[in-house]
Design a protein. Sequence first.
Lengths: 113, 111
Amino acid sequence: KNQVEQSPQSLIILEGKNCTLQCNYTVSPFSNLRWYKQDTGRGPVSLTIMTFSENTKSNGRYTATLDADTKQSSLHITASQLSDSASYICVVSAHQGDYKLSFGAGTTVTVRA
Amino acid sequence: DGGITQSPKYLFRKEGQNVTLSCEQNLNHDAMYWYRQDPGQGLRLIYYSQIVNDFQKGDIAEGYSVSREKKESFPLTVTSAQKNPTAFYLCASSSFSSPLHFGNGTRLTVT
């Protein structure tokens, strides 16, 4: 069964600090890996999408890395802001179509002033 | 402003009643999806539709039904056969050139 495991389950950081979230997957075959940000009570919003050949992609203060050999990805948040408080979801696609997605349970990030 | 509109945001129903959740998109996406989100779990696919008048069961379709009569609309009915319907429901859409785009969800509470 295709699985996506995220760690830690939750973390608390002080405003201005950096943090890194982890995503390990067993999905095969692999098409792409995505990171989404989900604010409480809202739908997820796409941060990055990476294919097999990409190992780093940035979106503002968010930087995602991908090691397709070890099936690991990370999301690094730089100089955190209060608005970064959210759940971050790792999603792996095994197919070109979006009907074959495997979702992680998410990491809840709380940024404190 | 393109996007996906889910309504209502909150929905309360008594056990044994069917309830329909609305999802409308103006992104001109061909494919639409319904997901269920429960605490501590990843999103699970209920149904998806790749073209009008066609839809397919996802991983947890039992107790749910959908229709796709228009490209813009993909309503989800939660029937009385769904044993644990209380959850956060997310509608999404996508096209070949545009990855999955989500609505802001409907929180359904059944008592």
